[in-house]
Design a protein around this ligand. Structure first.
Ligand code: SF4
Ligand code: SF4
Length: 374
């Protein structure tokens, strides 16, 4: 039987709150029996990506507020969370600037692995990763709500629920260990410990230096130096280098499969049926929200998907994007991508389905889905 995915379309033609996207989100969350997933007095982490300086396409706070109000309606204790992506102190300020704070959300905002980003517990993972470190605020929770902004990703084609659960629920630098022991960087660096730098391509522009969240890169004259100890292998410097002078020692396939492995490990910390997913298909831009910029959307807003199946919701997201008309003045137009194509795969030359297929093979859900329109 296909997995059920609820769909709230972005297009609205009636001037009434109940027909608005927000109104329909509220309605469906009342209709779905949330008590099936969450119990009274349960602390429920709402896993989000909170953005980055320069990025402006994250999930709108008013939608998050609707989710929180509905979780409160059934007497749970929700809190918004993410693991450290920038240093936590700075990341909280980014969240505030994106409009996520206790006042707008009506719930606390907590960094899942603590203000220093070390608080995590090791969990067994698959063949590629062996183990991952899950932030304590997620590990100790008995349930979770995962809110994902659907967009492209330079290394995996698609950034959706699987990626949010995988990269976002793994600590970058576990306490007392280095990134090799369960750190998030293992997803990027599987074939070697070091990125490679091509001195013939490097123009010493300094973009990588400014992008590194840990100030781990320095350029002295014609020398390119990385502080190997503090570098947590996030791969951002590699992605922003305009010359392709930096390379991550991984393959696209390994990266995408490791996302599924990490997602499986994170899910293993919950009893079955305790995680629910909401994908937001607005501002579907080419890049991840951890880049220091946002680009114009590649297809029109599609709406919101809701499901308890992580594989189905990401597959349904790709299905909606494929049916949409690629937008003018976007990277999709520049690449002459036609309607019906796998836009995100074509943007980055990385197969957006690999992570979905891997997750399905690992038994994390079904790509066969049934869309239920609200
Ligand atoms: S971004 Fe690339 S080209 Fe610029 S300094 Fe860094 S490695 Fe060199
Ligand atoms: S991978 Fe690059 S950007 Fe990330 S921490 Fe290391 S040096 Fe900094």
């Amino acid at each position: 039987m296909p997995s059920k995915v609820y769909f709230i379309g972005a297009q609205v033609d009636r001037f009434d709150y109940q027909y608005s996207v927000e109104g329909r989100l509220e309605h469906i969350l009342e209709k779905i029996d949330l008590k099936k997933y969450y119990s009274k007095d349960e602390l429920v982490p709402i896993k989000m990506h909170l953005g980055n300086p320069g990025a402006h396409h994250t999930i709108r706070p008013n939608f998050v507020r609707v989710v929180i109000d509905q979780l409160k309606r059934i007497k749970t204790k929700p809190f918004v969370t993410d693991s450290v992506r920038l240093k936590a102190y700075e990341y909280l300020e980014v969240a505030n600037r994106m409009g996520y704070n206790p006042m707008s959300l009506g719930a606390p905002l907590v960094i899942a692995d603590g203000i220093f980003g070390f608080d995590s517990i090791k969990v067994k993972a698959g063949k590629l990763l062996k183990e991952v470190s899950v932030p304590t605020a997620i590990y100790d929770a008995s349930s979770m709500m995962v809110l994902s902004h659907v967009k492209g990703h330079i290394d995996s084609g698609l950034g959706g629920a699987i990626k949010n659960l995988a990269m976002g629920c793994v600590t970058a630098m576990p306490r007392g260990c280095d990134w090799r022991e369960g750190g998030r960087g293992k997803m990027h660096f599987q074939l070697d410990d070091l990125m490679s730098w091509n001195k013939d391509l490097c123009t010493f522009c300094g973009i990588c230096v400014r992008t590194c969240p840990l100030d781990a890169i320095s350029i002295k004259g014609k020398a390119f130096l990385v502080d190997e100890k503090s570098c947590w292998r996030c791969g951002r410097c590699v992605r922003v280098c305009p010359e392709g002078a930096l390379t991550v020692p991984s393959s696209m396939e390994n990266f995408s499969v490791s996302l599924a492995e990490a997602a499986k490990a994170v899910l293993s910390t919950f009893k079955p049926g305790k995680v629910f997913y909401i994908n937001f298909l607005f501002d579907i831009q080419p890049e991840c929200d951890c880049m220091a910029m946002s680009d114009t959307p590649v297809v029109q807003d599609q709406g919101i998907l809701l499901s308890d199946d992580m594989v189905a919701i990401d597959q349904a997201s790709l299905g909606l994007i494929a049916q949409a008309q690629p937008l003018p003045q976007s990277k999709a137009e520049g690449l002459k991508i036609k309607k019906g194509s796998d836009v995100l795969t074509m943007l980055h030359g990385k197969d957006s389905k690999t992570q979905i297929e891997a997750a399905e093979k690992m038994g994390l859900g079904k790509s066969d889905y049934k869309l239920v329109e609200i």
